[in-house]
Design a binder for this molecule. Structure first.
Ligand SMILES: O=P(O)(O)OC[C@H]1O[C@H](OP(=O)(O)OP(=O)(O)O)[C@H](O)[C@@H]1O
Ligand SMILES: Nc1nc2[nH]cnc2c(=O)[nH]1
Length: 172
């Protein structure tokens, strides 16, 4: 049986927002190059669309961190399941996420990636659930602040389904 999904952010709103963030990053990094790091799997749709909107030179790498498994609540356990391919030495790094919830994943990531000597690390997320924050994280680029509801679409899954929805929705 398929679930009923209530639309929270439409495809048009997501597209417009990504264009806006892409423009802002291009202005902020004018004359520089950016190295985008995608946190798999959820961040992949957002990062690909965002990369297309950035006008300064872009390189990309991918990393997988497991913090949730198939549950809808954070276990607080974060582990690297796929590390980056490339060095971060001297790079202007932007970590791209689909969502920040407790903040544990990004806090952990920033800690370990800072040790690899990037020139800078900034954080970019499509969605933010500020009410859920357990660990403080300094996020420079936020698409939408959303209420404390479990959302799917645009990379976000419910039991591995719905990542391919072109909008953000809530499973009813
Ligand atoms: O702020 P936090 O509470 O740490 O939660 C955010 C993390 O949770 C989601 O990943 P998930 O573990 O669901 O993996 P997935 O992207 O492969 O679905 C999301 O992509 C973030 O990485
Ligand atoms: N799919 C999904 N993953 C999450 N990880 C943290 N919050 C969420 C959420 O609302 N939806």
């Amino acid at each position: 049986m398929s679930d009923n999904i209530k639309v929270l952010v439409t495809e048009e709103e997501v597209d417009r927002k990504i264009e806006e963030i892409g423009r802002k990053i291009s202005e902020d990094y004018a004359g520089k190059e950016v190295h985008l790091i995608c946190v798999l799997k959820g961040g992949v749709f957002f990062m690909c669309e965002l990369a297309k909107r950035i006008t300064v030179p872009v390189s990309m790498d991918f990393m997988s961190i497991s913090s949730y498994g198939n549950a809808t609540e954070s276990s607080g356990v974060v582990r690297i399941t796929k590390d980056l391919d490339d060095s971060l030495e001297g790079k202007e790094v932007i970590i791209v996420e689909d969502i920040i919830d407790s903040g544990r994943t990004l806090s952990y990531l920033v800690d370990i990636l800072q040790k690899r000597n990037p020139k800078s690390i900034t954080l970019c997320t499509l969605l933010d659930k500020p009410e859920r924050r357990v660990v403080e994280v300094d996020v420079q680029y936020v698409g939408f602040c959303i209420p404390d509801e479990f959302v799917v679409g645009y990379g976000l899954d419910y039991q591995q389904k719905y990542r391919n929805l072109p909008y953000i929705g809530v499973v009813q």
